[in-house]
Ligand binder design. Structure first.
Ligand code: UT7
Length: 328
């Protein structure tokens, strides 16, 4: 009998501080109307000075663990999807391990930008299915606002901070759990989104870093075109591999990058609005945080119920993309 990675509980965290479109109007040449029409965003959460990605990841994981009824020593792996860790190393997952006293857990980060949660869930569930772990904390958390250029109107309106976490447990004789995941990458898209300084090519403070970007650069139009196709493609492939159709899905929880991207993916899959979860108006794009934050809110509001099939899909810098099918 095969082992399935079943979701025991979900948690979330979003900083208290709110950045509205009206606030952005005072910072750059933009308008509430333009932002709402082009992106669907109205406000986002922003870390206070003392908050970091490990704060988000820890609080989301703490809530998920509490709701799961497990003890800290029951977790044997932490996988955190993030590209905005507190430091280059140690990992954000190591911070979570320490902060929650997960004394029996290994810990690692997965770097897949806005698809970080999709990739992390794939890794965490595969470790369970292969028998290498029994209970895994899978986290998606980012604080992109720390790397946002608030003089660049084409990017600064988009990003917010936040995250979420799932506790997975290996179970047999169940049809619940992660059904299928698909992961993709097209590295020819590397130039379309990046933060140049801070890595080994342009180390911070080095002569090579002179004149290089320390904040997020994005070619929005290129990413938009790619995303519209990638979201739909990933879902279709994931459904095909699972032997399912979009009609089998109860809820679609996509990465919240742009309402128009979400709507075009939903249209391609033939999904009615009631099957599409959207909270972009309140959080903006929280990168690896957006999907688990969506899963949390979907469950809290009664839209995601036990036994329902949920499809998640995301894309980001790399370019990387992928999808997960889960029976909740
Ligand atoms: O999570 C993965 C990462 N990123 C994404 O998924 C982002 C994907 N891309 C997008 O969501 C969209 O491309 C944006 C929202 C970034 C931009 O929307 P767009 O409809 O593609 O606008 P555009 O870049 O084609 O710009 C249209 C116009 C330009 O003015 P001109 O040249 O037509 O005069 C821009 O300068 O809108 C202007 N513009 C703005 N105007 C007011 C760009 N940003 C703003 C702004 N406020 N904030």
């Amino acid at each position: 009998m095969s082992t399935r990675a079943v979701v025991l509980a979900v948690g979330h965290y979003a900083p208290q501080r709110v950045l509205t479109n009206a606030d952005l109007e005072k910072m750059v040449d933009t308008s509430d109307e333009w932002i709402v029409q082009r992106t669907g965003m109205r406000e986002r959460r922003v870390c206070s000075d003392g908050e970091t990605t490990s704060t988000i990841a820890t609080e989301a994981a703490r809530e998920a663990l509490e709701r799961s009824g497990l003890r800290p020593q029951d977790i044997d792996l932490v996988v955190c999807g993030t590209v905005t860790g507190d430091m280059w190393f140690p990992s954000t997952a190591a911070h979570v391990q320490r902060n929650l006293g997960l004394e029996n857990a290994g810990a690692m980060d997965v770097g897949a930008a806005c698809a970080g949660f999709i990739y992390s869930l794939s890794v965490g569930s595969a470790m369970i299915e292969a028998g290498h772990a029994k209970r895994v904390l899978v986290i998606g958390a980012d604080s992109l606002t720390k790397f946002t250029d608030y003089t660049d109107r084409s990017t600064c309106i988009l990003f917010g901070d936040g995250g979420g976490a799932l506790v997975l447990e290996g179970q047999q004789n169940t049809d619940r759990g992660v059904i299928r995941t698909v992961l993709f990458c097209d590295g020819s898209g590397i130039p379309h989104i990046d933060v140049e300084v801070g890595g080994s090519k342009y180390p911070a403070g080095s002569p090579q870093a002179e004149g290089r970007r320390t904040k997020i650069y994005m070619n929005g139009n290129e990413v938009y075109r790619f995303a519209v196709k990638a979201m739909g493609d990933a879902c279709v492939r994931c459904l095909e591999q699972a032997g399912m159709t979009a009609d089998d899905g109860g809820l679609f929880v996509p990465h919240q990058a742009n309402i128009r991207i979400i709507e075009s993916a939903a249209k391609r899959l033939g999904l009615p609005p009631e099957k599409v979860f959207v909270n972009i108006e309140r959080y903006g794009n929280t990168s690896g945080g957006s999907i688990p934050l969506g899963l949390y809110e979907a469950e809290q509001t009664g839209r995601l119920k036990r036994g329902m099939v949920v499809m998640t899909v995301g894309f980001g810098a790399g370019l990387v993309w992928g999808a997960n099918l889960i029976r909740w």
